[in-house]
Write a protein that binds this ligand. Structure first.
Ligand SMILES: [Zn+2]
Length: 298
């Protein structure tokens, strides 16, 4: 496990253990094997490093890979703004391997990138005070009804820091399919960090977005808009216009602010996360509707 800044941890142990299993290396206390090379349930091949060393070495591969993506995110002003806001929170986030990414992709629970998933450790504490707890997928109220306390929660991000090849993606013919590519892994991770930041603050309110159902929830709206600003700052083409498409759309800041209640949603962001809003307003990127709002004094 490595610590990145003060409250972000990366724990690749599960990745190391999965790698060991794939390589046929088992814990000394594991089940006996029929392989004669594995003596009495201590299946070490001659000359092979021991199980724990193998796991640690492979865990480090995962951890270093994620750390490199976090470093890449921090090279951009928008990324630094988000990381700085996370660093100011008392709550913590841990980034761990996505268990069995291929199977998970086939049954994925949200339309976030198939590489990633963020979850609060305490949903009531992550949810805005007095708001009803809602399903992350579609904004429906969870039964039985419960309300948020707004106390803030730690978060966990399950993340696979390598591209997942398109052949394992389901429903490729539908608008839900995405083809993650190397250049978007930092965006995928930033998107999840933005979800967790709001859990930490206790301001999660996953209601539907009025007039724009393809965003799924307001939480997706905020994560997508801010990741788009980062993406634009990176000089990448197009932005992601909702939760069911890869980045492709071109829209001006003014055009974006005129869609649905977008301007009102960003005002809400300014009320809830004023420091982040102020930092993002300074980002000089072709797409930055926050900067547009600030400049126009709206
Ligand atoms: Zn998301």
């Amino acid at each position: 496990m490595i610590r990145f800044r003060n409250n972000i941890s990366i724990n690749g142990e599960a990745f190391g253990r999965a790698r060991a299993m794939a390589a046929g290396i088992f814990e000394p206390s594991g089940p006996p094997s029929s392989n004669p090379l594995f003596r009495g349930g201590a299946p070490q091949l001659p000359g092979q490093e021991d199980y724990e060393t193998f796991v640690e070495r492979n865990a480090a591969i995962y951890e270093n890979r994620v750390r490199d993506l976090l470093v890449r995110i921090q090279t951009r002003q928008a990324g630094r703004a988000v990381m700085s806001s996370i660093g100011q929170q008392a709550r913590r986030v841990t980034i761990v391997p996505l268990p069995q990414p291929r199977q998970r992709i086939a049954t994925r629970r949200t339309t976030d990138s198939p590489n990633s998933y963020a979850t609060p450790l305490d949903l009531e504490a992550a949810t805005q005070k007095s708001r009803l707890l809602r399903d992350a997928r579609d904004g429906e109220v969870l039964k039985p009804w419960r309300r948020g306390t707004g106390e803030g929660s730690d978060g966990e991000i399950e993340f696979h820091p390598w591209p997942v090849t398109p052949d394992v993606l389901p429903d490729q013919s539908s608008c839900r399919s995405q083809t993650p590519f190397e250049g978007s892994l930092d965006e995928d991770l930033l998107h999840e960090l933005l979800h967790v930041l709001r859990y930490m603050l206790g301001v999660r309110n996953a209601r539907k977005v009025p007039f724009q159902p393809l965003y799924d929830t307001m939480e997706e709206f905020f994560a997508i808009v801010i990741t788009n600003i980062y993406r634009s700052e990176c000089g990448r083409e197009g932005i992601r216009q909702h939760h069911h498409e890869a980045p492709a759309s071109c829209i001006t800041d003014e055009g974006f602010l005129k869609v649905g209640l977008n301007r009102e949603h960003l005002r809400k962001l300014r009320r809830q996360q004023p420091d982040l809003f102020a930092d993002l307003h300074a980002v000089k990127a072709p797409f930055n509707p926050i900067r547009q709002m600030w400049v126009a004094g709206q």
